[in-house]
Design a protein around this ligand. Sequence first.
Ligand code: ADP
Ligand code: ZN
Ligand code: ZN
Length: 742
Amino acid sequence: MYADIIVDITHEKLDKVFQYSIPPELEGELQTGMEVVVPFGKGNKEIRGYVTGFSAKPGYDEEKIKPVLRVAEGSMAIEARLVALAAWMKEHYGGTMIQALKTVIPIKKQEKARRKRRVRLLIDEEEGRRQLEGYLHKNQKARARLLAALLDQPEQDYELLTKKLNVTLAVVRALEEQKVISLESEKIFRNPIRHREKGRKIPEFTAEQQYAADVFREDYEKGIRKTYLVYGITGSGKTEVYMEMIAVALADGGQAIVLIPEIALTYQTVMRFYARFGDRVSVLNSRMSPGERYDQTERVKAGEVDVMIGPRSALFTPFQRLRLIVIDEEHESAYKSEQVPRYHARETAIERARREGASVVLGSATPSLEAFYACRCGRFQLLELKMRAGFGELPGVFVEDMREELRRGNRSIISDRLKNLMDDRLRKREQIMLFLNRRGYAGFVSCRSCGYVVKCPHCDVSLSVHRGGKMVCHYCGHEEPWLNVCPSCGSSYIGGFKAGTQQAEELVKRMFPDARVLRMDMDTTRTKDGHEKILETFASEEADILIGTQMIVKGHDFPNVTLVGILAADMSLYSGDYRAAERTFQLLTQAAGRAGRGKRRGEVVIQTYSPEHYSIERAAAQDYEGFYDAEMEYRELMGYPPVEQLLAVLMTGPDEKLLDTAAKYLKEFAVRIDGKQRLQIIGPAGPYVAKVSDMYRRVLYLKGREDRILTEVKNRMERYIEVNQGFHGMRIQFDFNPMNVF
Ligand code: ADP
Ligand code: ZN
Ligand code: ZN
């Protein structure tokens, strides 16, 4: 037996695994992830490395292979576990071991990240004013300046503040000594004393909340570890249930990771965890530099943290006693990495939990088909919260048929009903959110008169408009020429579907000249904190109408919003991939959930050309299970996930001809190795944007029932690509059950 060993996981360029032989005394003892000592280089210097795998055959001249010396002493068990997890990720999602390692282990950068220091006021306003008078009285001007500035804004950056006020470190230290302020070198969320909701009580649980928490506790105490899905409508109190479950794990000396999509990772949310668990909570976010992340993991290793909250990457927090991983909004596409390895946090969390004896709790108001299917198959346990615990009643929903509007002569993007309701809310000084269901997707072709949408006859997804006036299927490459007349009703109102936030804003301003309108999209949020600022302006009721893309669906609560309008529900319904209906249902349900979070009941208007589509009907009826059943029929029929597995092979290269040849060869290879024809091999197709910055792109899809076979075929394709000259100069990536079309 031979061991594959990677010698330096902190070095970025060393994308190399070395083979070592296993001496008899170590046989059966080595495991993936273990830290070992090996001889390296000409001088046989002793260095440490991690075992990343095993092979039975020598990769080169047997004589030259050196033996592993010994298992490293004092090796960090947690790092070894993460290395083993990386090996699993590489196997499952493709790519190199180094790419996988970089994903799970933060790399220490050469230059030490400059620590940001923050000055924070520790006393309340009244006491602060008294102190300030004291300083002024004693003519301590620098102290007074500093305190006055902090009374304005209780938490500020040390460098900026001291420079602006021209005060020295000595002054800061003096106030620190008096316990008026603190100087902290940690992250902003470290010790938010001032903002702590003091004495916040745990609400009395509803029967459903109590049941969910009890099931978890009883299982936990019996040593049962598994995956649960908390399926609960918005406002049903899922977060409270997670916290109760975390408390169970912490009471046992365990640790917990809470994944929250970045966009929902607001101050409000994080504070709820602080209020409950205090300083043992820490937060990661993507705005942190690699150095800052590294510092956080150091804190974790030093045992200062028990609950880590963060987006996808927080999954790799190096806890030694991990007992629970919570994934809130588990259906979110942000849980899928867009970098190699293109892992899904849900699957990877389940794998990590399995290896480390932890449970996984998924939560959503609109579970992914994957998660709900797993419940139906008995792999996950379903815990339902059907009632609202916090907010009042569920909103009333109207579906407006835009074909009817057209027939009545209304050609604008706002239906009569929505306009009337907007008038009503503006009069009552209540707030309105208009939601334009648009993503950076390909346009589809539809008839505004009858709602007909052009679809691929093989894949049953909508065709996308490509430059040059063709309509193309993203999966199989099927093409059709442009249509001028609707094949269904003969109308000439057929064309590319267009809707933009900017046009919507202009129209709304013209319709309601007195209303204060805010727009939130990629353009208006480009600046740092642009996103937060807009939401805050709206939250403080300085605007009447907020128009935006799906960005506005998450995060803040706006209790004064009593009307939500969804302008173009069809946008996501015909985005050209098999998840379109699922995404539409989720977006509509979430958008609807924004209405009526306060005391007054809200209303929702969904505008569409396809009112009879089940994703719209079921969203309007707030019927997830009805949607699930209908959608599963489609997935069964077409063999899409979660019924079958889909592996995308993304190929990019500068030479279109070579790329086409390579794609052809790769497809033939896949067909050949799948001798028993357990897979369906589709494409290659040119993606929507077939050429990006002078690189051409092609995609192949492999579809099959069994994970294992796809993984096997993927591994063989990876090796084939590696040894074949024809693929040099191209980038080939694998994406297992992709979230988007390419
Ligand atoms: P979800 O995460 O399911 O949307 P949250 O846990 O955020 O729900 O709860 C929504 C609101 O209801 C929060 O303000 C929360 O404090 C409150 N809440 C949760 N559970 C209860 C309860 N049992 N009684 C009263 N209020 C509750
Ligand atoms: Zn038509
Ligand atoms: Zn097709």
